[in-house]
Design a protein around this ligand. Structure first.
Ligand code: CA2
Length: 154
């Protein structure tokens, strides 16, 4: 039996703290609960899930390099790095599959420094302000885009 294609979901700094503080901005959901939502969405669409979180920019860049030919698509919540990291943007720009950016909060309704995202410049789509459900939406959309690309190749 051939292995199922993989959707990677990458999470940046401090997202491991979800559920502990700041429920006004991010709700009460925890990262393990978000992983379950993503797993359910990916499984339903015929994909395996590779879900990761790191607090370190270089670790995130290395993960993208590792996944760039292997993952059928990438969902990324780079957290604060979205607003600061050209290195992350450059790594995401060379991912083979589609990239969908996700944020729990609506970054455009928050402080001005959150309004610009380097990730958005290389993303095929953005889900922002839909809370944890936004992750399932992003997984669904990246799977849809990956299916289209696989269809294009056949
Ligand atoms: O809305 C999002 O998903 C963000 O990516 C979350 C980031 C923030 O820097 C972005 O502007 C928007 C912050 C994630 C940190 O989450 C915490 C959760 C609990 C306690 C402290 C931080």
């Amino acid at each position: 039996m051939s292995a199922r294609p993989v959707i990677a979901v990458l999470n940046g700094p401090n997202l491991n703290l979800l559920g502990e503080r700041d429920p006004h901005a991010y709700g009460t959901v925890t990262l393990p609960e978000i992983e379950k939502l993503c797993h359910t969405a990916a499984d339903r669409l015929g994909y395996d899930l590779d879900f990761r979180q790191t607090n370190h920019e270089g670790v995130l860049v290395d993960a993208i390099h590792e996944l760039r030919h292997r993952a059928a698509g990438v969902v990324v919540n780079a957290a604060a790095l979205s607003h600061t990291s050209v290195g992350l943007r450059d790594a995401l720009a060379v991912v083979d599959g589609p990239v969908v950016e996700v944020h729990l909060s609506n970054i455009h309704r928050r402080e001005a420094f959150r309004h610009h995202s380097y990730v958005a410049e290389v993303a095929d789509g953005i889900v922002t302000g839909c809370g944890a459900r936004g992750y399932a939406m992003a997984v669904e959309h990246v799977a849809h885009l990956a299916d289209e690309r696989i269809g294009d190749r056949s």
